[in-house]
Design a protein around this ligand. Structure first.
Ligand code: ZN
Ligand code: ZN
Length: 142
């Protein structure tokens, strides 16, 4: 499950694989314990929503200013949507996660190179290859 973002002109490729099952559980546990270390945005969120959770799926992020392209955990901020909701650290899979939580606030990913807020790469966003400037192609992977 995931996608491949690649360049048809050069060898640039970025593989986005969503961690599933055991992997997802590990990531969730990791973030549940360190939620306060991801900057003021996430700290404020957990101050207001102690039962909140972070979206631990992956995606690609693109900087429109300098062209930097990278993959990161989404870290969007989510709250329980049902009364009997397991705690964040008990969640094992993305499917389970979205059954119990829904997003209320997007996390702002800042560019490692220039510090500008980055845009999440979806199917519709046209992004140029960081190596050669050609438009990149996205393909879904099983
Ligand atoms: Zn290229
Ligand atoms: Zn940048």
């Amino acid at each position: 499950m995931g996608k491949l973002i690649y360049c048809e002109k050069c060898h640039y490729r970025l593989e986005i694989t969503n961690s599933r099952n055991f992997g997802f559980k590990l990531v969730v546990t990791q973030f549940a314990g360190r939620a306060g270390t991801f900057g003021p945005e996430i700290k404020n969120f957990f101050d207001h929503f102690p039962d909140g959770a972070l979206d631990c799926t992956w995606n690609a992020y693109h900087c429109k200013k300098c062209g930097y392209l990278t993959d990161e955990y989404r870290l969007n901020m989510c709250v329980p949507k049902v009364d009997k909701c397991p705690s964040f650290s008990q969640i094992s899979t993305p499917i389970e996660f979205w059954r119990y939580y829904h997003m209320i606030q997007r996390y702002t990913h800042c560019c490692d190179m220039c510090g500008e807020p980055m845009t999440e790469v979806t199917g519709k966003v046209k992004v140029r290859c960081p190596e050669c400037g050609n438009y990149l192609v996205t393909r879904k992977m099983k």
